[in-house]
Ligand binder design. Structure first.
Ligand SMILES: NC(=O)c1ccc[n+]([C@@H]2O[C@H](COP(=O)([O-])OP(=O)(O)OC[C@H]3O[C@@H](n4cnc5c(N)ncnc54)[C@H](O)[C@@H]3O)[C@@H](O)[C@H]2O)c1
Ligand SMILES: [Zn+2]
Ligand SMILES: [Zn+2]
Length: 374
């Protein structure tokens, strides 16, 4: 079938992208789903920093690539062997497909699925190859999804069935920002009732972490960003204190205000300066968790002694250490009970044709989640 898709043609284009147009809206041929795959009509997709990182070269990926991964839609066709989804089901897309068979999958850690990671790096689906092409050849998939498109063919293991009661633009957030942010707090860190927490970087992932920390019973939540709009939004969402990390003495300010730092600090910006702040404001005996996906060559250093003498813990959190089919329904239940109001993250709506402009807005840091509605 013919579909309109947003295809990244150039890495490292000049900004503003609205002028350089590295993403082109193209008509592509989309193949039918193969065994173990489904065809989805995409209803809403949001812009995530991980898409922007492919555009600016922080996450090198093969071109051309059809971007987008944080999305929700309706199943319109199921491939052979898919027995637990049917036409008409609503689904949210997940950015790591998990095979269920490899070592990490068997250990209950689908975020680390080995064939899933290989497929995502190569720009293919979990079953191998691409389903999108034009006269020049194939177009690669972004993390097995390619959701900035009217329709997408994905592995059955790249989607989770969701309630039809949740509007698509809200359901879309759960497959990336929400499971990453909330999962980092409750799965990776496993914070305790009354824990003190800092969130450094207040985009879709960081604000989801903030809401997760409130839901999990954190007693004090320090929100840190370089953008005043975000600090204001964090306060409205329930942060107890806010700090601007452009202040050269932000670490001293936070350590002083909190009596030596926080039990847990989450780095949710994906840049080294944010990671340095997060580590430095974690208290003795505390845990620093990072969700950021910086450029692969960027390095972060810390005083070696502090890890031992202060019994510090440093953890990475990929896709919130989640089991998506377990955690997305849980977090959606909390959302429906008004205990995880992640819809407050949605700040802008755009059309597919405005996607370059959307990434200019995301890059500026003024918005949390920008939704493309189809
Ligand atoms: N671990 C995972 O599974 C996973 C999943 C999704 C996204 N990510 C990554 O998480 C990071 C955040 O993603 P997002 O979509 O929320 O990004 P975003 O662009 O929406 O938000 C990033 C925020 O960080 C702030 N920031 C930038 N520099 C800062 C600094 N020095 N100190 C404090 N704040 C700073 C920005 O102002 C912005 O508010 C990215 O690196 C993204 O690739 C990881
Ligand atoms: Zn994402
Ligand atoms: Zn696996």
């Amino acid at each position: 079938m013919k579909v309109k898709s947003a295809v990244l043609r150039e890495i490292g284009a000049q900004t503003p992208y609205e002028e350089s147009q590295p993403i082109q809206i193209e008509e592509l041929e989309l193949d039918s789903p193969e065994r173990g795959e489904v065809l989805i009509q995409i209803k809403a997709a949001s812009l995530c920093h991980s898409d922007l990182s492919v555009m600016n070269g922080s996450r090198p990926r093969p071109l051309p690539m059809a971007l987008g991964h944080e999305a929700a839609g309706v199943i319109v066709e199921v491939g052979e062997g898919v027995v637990d989804l049917e036409v008409g089901d609503h689904v949210a897309c997940v950015f790591v497909p998990s095979c269920g068979q490899c070592g990490p999958c068997r250990e209950g850690r689908p975020a680390l699925c080995e064939p899933g990671a290989v497929a995502n790096t190569a720009g293919t689906l979990l079953g191998g190859g691409q389903r999108l092409h034009n006269a020049e050849g194939v177009v690669n998939h972004h993390v097995g999804v390619s959701a900035f498109s009217e329709y997408a063919v994905v592995s059955r293991n790249s989607v989770v069935k969701v309630s039809k009661d949740i509007p698509f633009e809200k359901a879309a957030l759960f497959g990336c920002a929400v499971i990453t942010g909330v999962g980092a707090v409750v799965n990776t860190a496993g914070i305790k009732l009354g824990s003190t927490v800092a969130i450094v970087g207040l985009g879709g992932v960081g604000l989801s972490a903030l809401l997760g920390a409130i839901a999990a019973g954190a007693s004090r939540i320090v929100a840190v960003d370089i953008n005043e709009t975000k600090l204001k939004q964090a306060k409205e969402l329930g942060a107890t204190d806010t700090f601007n990390s452009k202040d050269p003495d932000v670490v001293e300010q936070i350590r002083q205000a909190t009596g030596g730092g926080l039990d847990y600090a989450f780095e949710t910006a994906g840049v080294v300066p944010a990671m340095e702040v997060a580590y430095s404001i974690t208290k003795r005996g505390g845990t620093t968790v990072t969700t950021g996906l910086p450029h692969p060559e960027h390095k972060f250093s810390f005083p070696y002694l502090s890890l031992t003498a202060e019994e510090r813990t440093l953890k990475g959190s990929y896709i919130g250490s989640c089991v998506p089919s377990r955690d997305i329904p849980r977090y959606m239940n909390l959302f429906q009970e008004d205990r995880l109001p992640v819809d407050k993250l949605i700040t802008d709506f755009i059309s597919l044709d405005e996607v370059n402009k959307g990434f200019d807005i995301l890059a500026k840091g003024d918005s949390s989640r920008i939704i493309i509605k189809f």
